[in-house]
Design a protein around this ligand. Structure first.
Ligand code: NDP
Length: 500
């Protein structure tokens, strides 16, 4: 079956797409956009038009925020017990898993993601995350504190309590549209907030389907609203909206800064999970087969469109050549094709615009004198496929070394001393993640505290857990997704001081 036939076949099978024109989801039902305009949603493997989604305006954002606010302030929402929200989140987790076939097909159609990855990460991981966050609904707590208040007279009772911050905005990117939407929505609901979600204009489908499942799980209309459309219009209007108490954003550092600036004007709280240029440091005693496999996953998983991708490889000189050979062999053997083909290991990039961007980095790296170890070209015709690419000898100042490419592009550099590796690893404005590869526990323990990164893996890369907070040092963001930190990020901490 050709790529096009495979996509057409999937399109026919998904009832959700029989509508073709998809409106916003506001106050529990589908709304046509105020301006009447729609944007195309395209399959990046074939350029087939899959659907059209509403092109949201500031007026649509106003309506969604009003709905989320009315729900948040309603007596029925306030009277929900934590155990009620917990039960609804458990139900949502079950619904995400039960609708996994459809959700994963939508992810593959709109983003080119391998179906297996969509099933495992977006659906399976997403359902688990919702279950994990459900548990937090009943476990948020304040503290009673001993105090030293010296005002004579009464005794003093001092304690803190956590309260939901209010209406929250979730602005999410195209690389893991369902999973990252759930990373924001689930802790927000667990904390007692209501949400307006803005998915990327390139990948709005699973967000819209998810909003229906949230209702089916028992949440009231208005608990989760979805406004689709462009970042420049709908996203910007949401980030700057005075009715939003907290914005949780994942995407590029440049856009994250814009979101942060807009939020600060209203003193809206914000969590920004931004870009990365994550180093992997390989010491000479590492198990090279394990490293080759781990780094291949680290950089080529989801075509390198992963914020924590191991895009900078630093290898101790005695094993540099051997490791590059292994990596090149592994990269050349990767099967490129449609995400619907179970044999495929590398699918298309998300869009033509992104493909052009990645190819520009590759061309520029060549022009700057970097050596192509393997790859570096377009693969297949028709969709936005790029060969898994490895560069060596790239100058330290080259864009491919310093900037987030967000594609299947690895830059390898040798080093002699560990101090040099750590210095190079930290020589970046980013600080999202890093990995260290060695058989020596002592060496690993000595290096981990020196790396300026929100997550450090040892003998692994790109391994996430719902309980482990994820976020960046430096320009990779502020605040944390996942873990207890994420749910607490949707709360205010109130101090109570009572004269008894
Ligand atoms: P953006 O950071 O621009 O987009 C992320 C999200 O923000 C999308 O929903 C986008 O909507 C929205 N957005 C865009 N502009 C604004 C704005 N002014 N105000 C509020 N929201 C906005 O990423 P791109 O899609 O443009 O990708 C560019 C680069 O960003 C990638 O090549 C990669 O380097 C990086 N990136 C990093 C990600 C990560 O996980 N850290 C994820 C995605 C991208 P819309 O898509 O509709 O414009």
């Amino acid at each position: 079956m050709s790529l096009l036939e495979a996509s057409r076949e999937q399109l026919r099978r998904i009832p959700f797409l029989s509508r073709r024109r998809l409106g916003h989801f506001i106050d529990g039902r589908v709304h046509d956009p105020v301006g009447g305009a729609y944007l195309p949603v395209v399959d990046p493997a074939t350029e087939l038009l899959i659907a059209e989604a509403a092109d949201g305006s500031a007026a649509d954002v106003d309506a969604a925020v009003a709905s989320a606010r009315a729900t948040f302030e309603s007596r029925s929402w306030k009277s929900l017990r934590p155990a009620d929200r917990e039960a609804m989140l458990y139900r949502l987790s079950e619904l995400v898993a039960a609708n996994g076939d459809e959700l994963s097909a939508l992810e593959t159609l709109q983003g080119g993601k391998l179906r297996e990855v969509a099933r495992r990460i977006d659906v399976g991981g997403g359902a688990e995350l919702v279950r994990y966050m459900a548990g937090w609904a009943t476990k948020l707590e304040g503290q009673t504190l001993d105090n030293s208040i010296s005002i004579p007279g009464p005794q003093w009772l001092t304690y803190t309590r956590r309260e939901p911050v209010g209406v929250s905005a979730a602005i999410v990117p195209w690389n893991f549209p369902l999973a990252i939407a759930l990373w924001k929505i689930a802790p927000a609901l667990a904390a007692g907030c209501t949400v307006v979600l803005k998915p990327s204009e390139q990948t709005p489908l699973t967000a819209l389907r998810l909003a229906e499942l949230v209702m089916e799980a028992g949440f009231p209309g208005g608990a989760v609203n979805v406004v689709t459309g462009t970042g420049a219009t709908a996203g910007a209007a949401l980030a700057a909206h005075p009715g939003i108490a907290k914005v949780s954003f994942t995407g590029s550092t440049a856009t994250g800064k814009r979101v942060g600036h807009a939020a600060v004007d209203n003193m809206t709280r914000f969590t920004l999970e931004l870009g990365g240029k994550s180093p992997a440091i390989v010491l000479e005693d590492a198990d090279l087969d394990q490293v080759a496999q781990g780094i291949c996953t680290g950089i080529f998983f989801h075509q390198g469109q992963v914020c924590t991708a191991s895009s900078r490889l630093l290898v101790q000189r005695p094993v540099y050549g051997r490791l590059l050979d292994k990596l090149a062999r592994a990269a050349r053997s990767m099967r490129i094709g449609s995400g619907f083909d179970p044999q495929t290991e590398l699918g298309p990039l998300v869009s033509r615009r992104h493909f052009d961007r990645v190819m520009d980095y590759i061309d520029e790296a060549r022009a700057e004198g970097a050596t192509v170890v393997t790859g570096g070209r377009r693969a297949l015709e028709g969709g936005w496929f790029v060969e898994p690419t490895i560069f060596a000898d790239a100058p330290a100042r080259a864009a491919v070394v310093r900037e987030e490419v967000f594609g299947p592009v690895l830059v390898a550099t040798p080093f002699d001393e560990v101090d040099e590796a750590v210095e190079r690893a930290n020589d970046t404005p980013y600080g999202l993640a890093a990995s260290v590869w060695t058989r020596s526990l002592s060496a690993a323990h000595r290096i981990v505290p020196r790396l300026q990164a929100g997550t450090v893996w040892v003998n692994a890369h790109n391994v996430l857990d719902n309980a482990l907070p994820l976020g960046g040092y430096k320009q990779s963001g502020t605040g944390r997704d996942l873990g207890r930190a994420a749910v607490e990020g949707f709360t205010e901490l109130k101090s109570v001081c009572m004269a008894v």
